[in-house]
Design a protein around this ligand. Structure first.
Ligand code: PEP
Length: 253
């Protein structure tokens, strides 16, 4: 079975005490992670050592970065390179979140470089894609997302694409409380899988985990995750509440 993943995206939230309290609370709750299931915590980079310490010895729980620079090192003040994350044990890096595309002008071409940087350190890119509201209203979301995927991922070889996790996140559902219906999520996830199948073949496409993101919470996770092509979620707001995120982890199929 493909990996089923609950990934927390804390974004730029919490001070250190709050981060520690959240992890302590979460880890005190009953969490049932089976062998094919993972919980991933994309925390602000400054809390990676803290989160790594807290998760030491926990099976199938990982700390992730929310972004990295495309170069390995150099005069890029304030940036963090993928090999730096590797050196502190990070195995997953979120790339191309819509907030980075919008506020930091990350283009499909830049994301090619970042994807390559993450694969070069043998880590997993959690590659975000998704359409804005106007595109959804025009009914052209499939073509929009297909272009994002083709432009940033189709240079990869078969043995590389299976290391990538996709997070489909309709921008109109991020942080808005609006969620795609489980039918809408299934429809576009199946389409995304078909895009990979056309390029790499169905057996390869069937190995790629495709997460849904956009106002996932305890109350809707089970229904969304139950869809055949939805392999878990990338979760913002609800990942900041221990009981919510614990329920989301426990809703993985
Ligand atoms: C996100 O930040 O990727 C996200 C999906 O946020 P939220 O769950 O708050 O909509």
């Amino acid at each position: 079975m493909r990996k089923q993943i609950a990934a927390a995206n804390w974004k730029m939230n919490l001070n250190q005490n709050e981060a520690e309290t959240l992890l302590n609370e979460l880890l005190s709750l009953p969490l049932s992670l089976q062998a094919h299931q993972e919980a991933i915590f994309a925390v602000p980079a400054i809390y990676i050592p803290l989160a790594t310490h807290k998760l030491t010895g926990k099976t199938n729980m990982y700390v992730a970065a929310q972004n990295c620079h495309q170069k390995d090192n150099g005069a890029y003040t304030g940036e963090i390179a993928a090999p730096m994350f590797a050196s502190v044990g990070v195995k997953h890096i979120v790339l191309g979140h819509s907030e980075r595309r919008e506020y930091f002008a990350e283009s499909d071409a830049l994301l090619v470089e970042k994807v390559n940087a993450v694969l070069a350190i043998n880590s997993t890119p959690i590659f975000c894609c998704g359409e804005p509201l106007a595109i959804r209203e025009a009914g052209t979301q499939n073509a929009f997302v297909e272009t994002q995927i083709k432009n940033s991922l189709f240079h990869l070889a078969e043995d590389q694409i299976t290391k990538v996790v996709i997070a489909y996140e309709p921008i109109w559902a991020i942080g808005t409380g609006k969620t795609a219906s489980s039918e809408q999520a299934q429809e576009i996830h199946a389409y995304i899988r078909s895009v990979f199948a056309t390029k790499y073949g169905q057996p390869v496409a069937d190995q790629i985990s495709i997460l849904y993101g956009g106002s996932v919470k305890a109350a809707n996770a089970k229904e969304i995750f139950s869809q055949p092509d939805v392999d878990g979620g990338l979760v913002g707001g609800a990942s900041l509440v221990a009981t919510e995120f614990a329920a989301i982890i426990n809703a993985l199929k």
